[in-house]
Design a protein around this ligand. Structure first.
Ligand code: GLN
Length: 493
């Protein structure tokens, strides 16, 4: 394969596949070869599905050769976060307790990818049960940032961001409960999008915090992101929280340009302690959008400061309930021994869960317990409503809100493991979006002095994915940050 074919976008590859210039098998082999070459230093995958991928690629090639109508992702190698069920391919959630779990069925999003012709190359590394901001909570060891392998890729969908940044797949899926798509997208210099709550089915997605979880795409650029979102989005009778609402052609939204877009900049998202390079890059992105004809205005989202606290009550409460099912009886690993059923539960859960998961189960159980429910859980739900109202007020006069995705760029492995609170603060700019159920994207908008990518977050009103994509594409088309690639293997800064 020539160099020009080596690391195409989905859009490029799809064109070449249809023109017969490239085969799905070649494309898949190249992705698998890169994944193997970078397995040791990046650790993006927990499971590589080589055999299944090559079989799917051959089937795709047969369809292409037969002139069958090509699906939107026909022959395109895609990686899937390991909290999303894939029939016949191990799905661990980054946890020892599911280390041997092979789902008998596909999540709806997996089925949609397959129906669109995608080739599933493997399951990406992530924080255990998606709880984390650095990927260091994976029971299988962390993924690493391709821009500097001494740094974290961000979490929890770290492996999915790494896979796209290092071209181990052309696109990938992640989940975002408090920032887990946008944060790693920002740290790894790729595009990542969390859709509106209810836009994409959660059926077959291992639950962390059900009122916040949402699946979304990672891609190299906004055009590919829109393409993937179009495949994922839509009502699913098997997820009662998925919304019955027509899916627009997200590709059509891309050409709108920034002219006339009303962009709100919230003062609360430029905080003390944030990296000066991040602040500068985001301010400069706002100027670029203004120069393209957007109207820029300052706004206030006054309840932002309570978002992290409210989130860690709501998310842990839901997690404590969702994770009660891992009892060593129905599925997941079991640690047997003499004694009572209760002892078996205790041994199984003590051995099967990592420290952060245990911390959250305890926090959440406490917040829900009699006597504390009103003081913590109910109060957090009320704060959630205040945050939602803040956004609703701003969106009366604005099309999108622009902020940094995170206060810093990628930090070093080990830097925040001993201090959970510092780790939780990585998500201060992403979490309120989940509490309010809104769509938001992160896309590259700069490189800091250490050579690390900076992310720009664009937030839309409920089901305003088209506005978000339109603003993002307008910015991307006027800049070249999305074309920057991480250094060659072995590089660190
Ligand atoms: N870092 C946040 C947490 O640990 C968000 C994780 C996520 O979005 N899945 O809860």
């Amino acid at each position: 394969m020539t160099a020009a074919f080596d690391q195409p976008t989905i859009t490029d590859a799809a064109r070449r596949l249809r023109a017969g210039e490239l085969s799905a098998t070649e494309l898949t082999r190249a992705a698998l070869a890169r994944a193997a070459a970078r397995a040791a230093d990046l650790h993006a995958f927990i499971t590589v599905a080589e055999e299944a991928a090559l079989r799917d690629a051959a089937a795709s090639d047969a369809r292409l050769r037969a002139g069958k109508p090509a699906g939107a992702l026909e022959g395109i190698p895609i990686a899937i976060k390991d909290v999303i069920a894939t029939a016949g391919i191990r799905t661990t959630a980054g946890s020892r307790i599911l280390a041997d779990f092979v789902p008998p069925y596909d999540a709806t999003v997996t089925a949609r990818l397959r129906a669109a012709g995608a080739v599933i190359v493997g399951k990406t590394n992530c924080d255990e049960f998606a709880m984390g901001s650095s990927n260091e909570n994976s029971a299988f060891g962390p993924a690493r940032n391709p821009w500097d392998v001494t740094r974290v890729p961000g979490g929890s969908s770290g492996g999915s961001a790494v896979a796209v940044a290092a071209s181990l797949a052309l696109g990938s899926l992640g989940t975002d409960t408090g920032g887990s798509i946008r944060l790693p997208a920002s740290y790894c210099g790729v595009v990542g999008m969390k859709p509106t709550y209810g836009r994409v089915s959660r059926y077959g997605v291992i639950a962390y915090a059900s009122s916040l979880d949402q699946v979304g795409p990672f891609a190299r650029d906004v055009t590919d992101c829109a393409l993937l979102l179009g495949v994922l989005a839509g009502h699913d009778a098997r997820d009662s929280t998925s919304v019955e609402r027509a899916v627009p052609d997200y590709g059509d939204a891309l050409a709108g340009g920034a002219k006339g877009l009303r962009i709100a900049i919230p003062g609360e998202y430029f905080v003390e302690g944030m990296e000066p390079d991040v602040e500068r890059a985001v301010q400069s992105a706002v100027e670029t959008l203004g120069g393209l004809g957007a109207q820029i205005g300052s706004v206030s989202l006054p309840h932002t400061e309570y978002a992290v606290s409210a989130y860690y009550v709501v998310a842990t409460a839901e997690a404590s309930s969702n994770l009660a099912r891992y009892d060593g009886v129905r599925y997941g690993s079991r640690v047997d021994g003499d004694g009572t059923l209760l002892e078996m539960y205790r041994r199984t859960r003590a051995a099967g869960f990592g420290d952060e998961v245990k911390r959250r189960i305890m926090l959440g159980t406490y917040a829900l317990s009699a006597g504390y429910y009103d003081a913590y859980y109910l109060k957090a739900q009320r704060v959630r409503t205040l945050i939602l109202n803040d956004f609703a007020r701003v969106f009366q006069d604005a099309d999108v809100i622009v902020t940094p995705t995170a206060p810093t760029t990628a930090f070093r492995l080990g830097e925040k493991v001993a201090d959970p609170l510092q780790m939780y603060l990585s998500d201060i700019f992403t979490i309120s979006v989940n509490l309010a159920g809104l769509p938001a994207i992160s896309l590259p908008c700069g490189i800091d002095a250490a050579g690390l990518p900076i992310g720009l977050q664009i937030i839309g009103p409920p089901f305003g994915e088209e506005l978000v994509l339109r603003a993002a594409r307008a910015y991307e088309a006027a800049t070249d940050w999305h074309t920057r690639r991480p250094p060659a293997p072995g590089g660190s800064r």
